[in-house]
Design a protein around this ligand. Structure first.
Ligand code: 7MK
Ligand code: ZN
Length: 864
């Protein structure tokens, strides 16, 4: 078997040739698309060296230098490269290649999504379109002429501004586009199809008129409004918060059904997974609306953080992704509840990124070694990367951070740069030493903070000591100290039980932990305070401090920071779940139930209450437990849920009813009420008597949030109505692709011993296809990622089911195969009885012939 060779950050060297302009002509055809690529190329080194261009999955038709065609003796071509031997410093290279877009199921390069042609080039897809220096530090000006049948493909799109269009023979037509901004080839895009078009316009702060065009499949126009509104909000926000304006005369977004990821920021021509564009009240949930706004913003923000300033090499991916995720998180916080948005971000980080960072694919946010770049679009690079940017924001303060960003754009607009360049701008602009901080870029693993405190009544001094501990990770990396910003609040204890006490904090400070261990002393403290740490989750770390239940209950009520209040509740829940797992707790103390009732009866906003009532997820718990027995964990989670529901039925039902309304509204208040109502429903549905309430909600709902919540409650609690509501939902939505994805997912969540049979049967459902990534993820992904209990069932059938599907996806779509492998590679976190079964499947996959590079990298890391 071929071992694919890794590439290393340390081996970076500047390109020997630059490509200054690219003239593309793409004559579209399902099985034989012809691409003529004329490049003006310049040698950057003094000696004459061969030019090695990347290229794969194409047929080379011809090569010409300065118009003279080369004979095949004058170049070398392999299945991954074309080498030519130019003898001039500057020359024009013309390459013709032939592609087969209709056979492209990997969805990289040029492919067909339904009836439309589209492209995906990040990270290394351009090399499937033409031979090129496919690396982000080669930046060129592109002119693209697209040719296709006129009636089938009335819209022909590419990056930049339209400069020419016309009719051709045989009912064909062409459009030529020019993008004046030099860009790396990963930002190239081309789309051809027949769409419905939603247009709008935007005038930037400095007066530039921008045409906004949103292309969707025929018949979906009524679902495009929210995406357009989100785009306009994003443009306004970036001007207001970052002083960043859009820079072309047109901004296009195309929604396609076949897409490996969420969306792509191609210059002036974003391509989106339709699930992050299309929404209306009946078919999309509140969460869908939130996510669309966030992804539209993310891609728009890339225009500066990614496109105007791009990455020198792919090891620097977090330069654009961490920063852009931070920007979209801030935007979402401003558009919605900041506290709830932050809590959602932290949940994602803890349940997915922490696990990744503890597993065999652990890597720093700036990886040092990559086999397949597509494997590094990770929770670590994105979410932990965003946390690292956020910590700089915390350390430098809002103004210092903004000064750093300004300097970064002053220095690097139009360049391909590194994470070091970013940190240097941040540090230089604010005069803050970030040398210890920079270790966050090179160190993997989630640090722990071990906290101890003491109080000296005689001199009213309080001391707190924090020690940073770094786990020994899979990559055997030497660990260094990090600069960890810790928001600290000291809660005065006398306030704890005081009825109606409001502000109980005595100290609010940002601590900078840089040494292995540091101690801080506070004077004039009357009584032993409770330390409340990591306000707003100021660092992506785990906290170890021996809180009593009473202290956590006090924090839940009195901490000034909403994240801290929520987190204290989560800690309390986690504590009892863990005891249930270890068979230590038979009874959850009454005061915990009282605290939940107090939350429900308090005046806090409903969206926050919904988060406070949501138990830690299976994944979050798995990360904090050692050698998880999945059955015990799933049972502990459901026992706690059942106990809470039984003890608090009345208040849960009262809240459920108060939050129900017949009028549908979409403001923050209404969304919060729906969230809380549906959290209550899921508790209540753990008792079979509530079957009829679930049916009632299903039948009467006038929006997807409530309708989906009803079938989910039926699935998660295995209610008698489950089959009935699922059949009725399917009947109603069978022709709606995005809603059917939800239906497939809920099938996979069924909390029933027969669920593997169910999902196996659904593989032959007429609407199921492994070729569509959304569909594959909705059924297989939902089962493996979100049905912990049965994915990990003891006979290993869950693992086998997943491995069977991955084996098929290995040839169909390596990226999707590799992503859904994640739940299997974390086998070491699970108990012995699971491990062996997981290993059997991992081994089986590893033994497959023709293993794709994506899977091979992960399997090798896991099994070695
Ligand atoms: C988000 C890359 C693209 C994973 C999460 C995204 C991708 C993968 C969107 C694709 C993105 N540049 O904008 O980051
Ligand atoms: Zn991105």
């Amino acid at each position: 078997m071929t071992e694919f060779a890794p590439r290393y950050l340390k081996d970076y060297s500047a390109p020997e040739y630059q490509i200054n302009t690219v003239n593309l002509e793409v004559a579209l055809n399902d099985s034989a698309t012809l691409v003529t690529n004329s490049m003006s190329i310049q040698r950057m080194v003094t000696t004459n060296v061969p030019l090695v261009l990347d290229g794969e999955h194409m047929v080379l038709k011809s090569v010409a230098i300065n118009g003279a065609e080369l004979s095949s003796d004058d170049y070398q071509v392999t299945d991954s490269a074309l080498t030519i031997f130019p003898n001039a410093e500057q020359f024009e290279l013309t390459i013709i290649t032939e592609l087969n877009p209709s056979a492209n199921t990997a969805l990289e390069g040029l492919y067909k999504s339904g009836e439309a042609y589209c492209t995906q080039c990040e990270a290394e897809g351009f090399r499937r379109i033409s031979y090129f220096l496919d690396r982000p530090d080669v930046m060129a000006i592109y002119t693209t002429k697209v040719i296709a049948d006129k009636s089938q493909y009335p819209y022909l799109l590419a990056n930049g501004n339209k400069i020419d269009a016309g009719e051709l023979d045989d009912d064909k037509h062409f459009v030529t586009w020019h993008d004046p901004f030099p860009k790396p080839c990963y930002l190239f895009a081309l789309v051809a199809g027949n769409f419905d078009l939603l247009t709008s316009n935007y005038t930037t702060r400095s007066g530039r008129q921008v045409a906004l065009e949103l292309f969707v499949d025929k018949g979906n126009l009524s679902r495009a409004e929210h995406a357009m509104t989100s785009l306009i909000k994003s443009m306004q926000w970036d001007e207001q918060v970052f002083d960043l304006e859009y820079d072309l005369d047109i901004y296009m977004i195309v929604a396609v059904d076949f897409f490996n990821m969420g969306a792509m920021e191609n210059k002036g021509l974003n391509v989106f997974n339709s699930k992050y564009v299309l929404a209306d009240d009946l078919s999309a949930t509140d969460e869908d609306f939130f996510n669309i706004e966030a992804v539209i913003a993310h891609e728009y923000f890339h225009n500066w953080t990614g496109n105007r300033v791009t990455c020198r090499d792919w090891f620097q991916l977090s330069l654009k992704e961490g920063l852009t995720v931070f920007r979209d998180q801030q935007f979402s916080g401003d558009m919605n509840s900041a506290a709830v948005t932050r809590i959602k971000n932290v949940r994602t980080l803890r349940s997915l990124q922490f696990a990744e960072d503890a597993g065999p694919m652990a890597h720093p946010i700036r990886p040092e070694k990559v086999v397949e770049m597509n494997n590094f679009y990770t929770m670590t690079v994105y979410e932990k990367g965003a946390e690292v940017i956020r910590m700089m924001h915390t350390i430098l303060g809002k103004e210092g951070f903004k000064a750093g960003i300004d300097l970064y754009f002053d220095r690097h607009d139009g360049q391909a740069v590194t994470c070091d360049d970013f940190v240097a701008a941040m540090s230089d602009a604010s005069n803050v030493d970030l040398s210890t901080f920079k270790n966050w870029y090179s160190q993997s693993g989630t640090p722990s903070l071990i906290v101890t405190d003491s109080f000296d009544q005689s001199n009213n001094q309080y001391q707190i000591s924090v020690k940073q501990v770094h786990p020994q990770a899979h990559d055997k990396q030497q660990k260094q100290n990090l600069h960890i910003p810790i928001n600290l609040e000291l809660l005065a204890t006398e306030a704890i039980n005081a009825e109606g006490s409001t502000k109980a904090n005595v100290v609010n400070e940002l601590l900078h932990l840089k040494e292995t261990e540091q101690t801080w002393t506070f004077s004039n403290i009357d009584k032993q305070p409770i330390p409340v740490l990591l306000g707003n989750f100021s660092a992506p770390v785990k906290l170890e401090f021996d809180y009593t239940d009473e202290q956590l209950l006090a924090i839940m009520v009195n901490a000034s920071d909403a994240f801290n209040r929520w987190d204290a509740g989560q800690k309390l829940f986690a504590r009892y779940i863990e005891m249930l797992v270890n068979d230590e707790a038979t009874e959850v103390p009454q005061q915990v139930y009282d605290a939940i009732a107090d939350i429900l009866n308090s005046g806090a906003d409903e969206a926050l209450k919904a988060e406070q009532l949501t138990l830690p997820s299976f994944d979050e718990m798995a990360d904090s437990l050692d050698k998880v027995n999945a059955d015990k964990l799933a049972n502990a989670l459901s026992r706690l849920k059942i106990n809470i529901a039984a003890k608090l039925t009345d208040v849960l039902f009262a809240t459920y009813q108060q939050c129900s309304s017949t009028e549908f509204a979409k403001d923050g208040k209404a969304i919060g009420k729906r969230a809380l109502k549906n959290v209550c429903l899921n508790y209540l549905a753990s008792a079979k008597e509530f079957d009829s309430v679930v049916i009632g909600q299903f039948n009467n709902s006038n929006n997807m949030t409530d309708q989906l919540a009803a079938i989910k409650a039926a699935a998660l609690n295995d209610l008698p109505c489950f089959e009935q509501v699922m059949a009725s939902f399917e009947q109603q939505w069978q022709d709606d692709t995005l809603v059917m994805d939800k239906w497939f997912s809920v099938n996979a969540l069924h909390n029933h011993p027969d669920v593997i049979n169910r999902v196996t049967k659904l593989l032959s459902h007429p609407k199921f296809s492994l070729d569509n990534p959304n569909r594959a993820r909705s059924l297989i992904g939902a089962f493996a990622f979100s049905n912990g209990k049965y994915f990990h069932q003891h006979d290993g059938q869950g693992y086998q089911f997943l491995a069977d599907q991955i084996a098929k996806l290995n040839t169909i779509n390596p990226q999707v195969a590799s992503r859904i492998l994640t739940p299997l590679i974390q086998y070491k976190s699970f108990a012995k009885e699971h491990q062996q079964q997981m290993l059997t499947q991992l081994q089986r996959l590893n033994d497959m012939p023709n293993l794709c590079r994506d899977l091979q990298e992960k399997l090798t890391a896991t099994l070695n």
